[in-house]
Design a protein. Structure first.
Length: 170
């Protein structure tokens, strides 16, 4: 049931992101899928046994990873509203949100390390998966998603409009 929960959660996030952020939602979903694959790969290389607390940590990691993409996508929308060109809006979205993303993940990493140090049994298992998930989340949300966006909008292409959903003021 735990695996199904993560799978259904991932599918729900993918549908929401693609519906709300259009093409940028798809890029975020691809980065999130990469994050999940990378985390499971790291756990496999460490020969970690996946328990229910570990699955809960994976679900939490997916939530934190998509939160970073939401921050980036909303910043890009703000930059487009402010009149920036598409490429400038993308660069500003990633550059200006880096501090916020790093801050939230470092804070959560500190809590995860505290659980790892002071916890025992299942709590430590949760903490290990959670801390590894934070590291993969930062990488996938910032590096992988930016690489995907740069593949689509980079190389000095003339882009008239970004497929990022409604950029009008509400």
């Amino acid at each position: 049931k735990g695996f199904h929960s993560v799978a259904y959660g991932f599918a729900f996030i993918a549908v929401f992101m693609c519906g709300y952020y259009l093409l940028f939602g798809m890029y975020s979903t691809l980065a999130l899928g990469f994050n999940l694959l990378l985390l499971v790969s790291v756990l496999s290389m460490l020969q970690a046994t996946l328990t229910l607390p570990g699955i809960a940590a994976i679900a939490l990691t997916l939530g934190m990873a998509i939160d970073a993409n939401v921050l980036i996508n909303e910043r890009i929308r703000e930059e487009v509203r402010a009149g920036q060109s598409p490429q400038a809006a993308i660069a500003a979205g990633y550059d200006r949100d880096w501090g916020t993303i790093l801050d939230s993940n470092v804070t959560t990493m500190i809590a995860g390390l505290a659980l790892l140090i002071f916890g025992s049994g299942p709590v430590r298992g949760f903490a290990v998966v959670h801390c590894l998930g934070i590291l993969t989340s930062i990488f996938s949300s910032v590096v992988v998603s930016r690489a995907i966006v740069n593949l689509a909008y980079g190389h000095r292409r003339k882009v008239g409009k970004l497929a990022i959903g409604d950029t009008g003021w509400k």
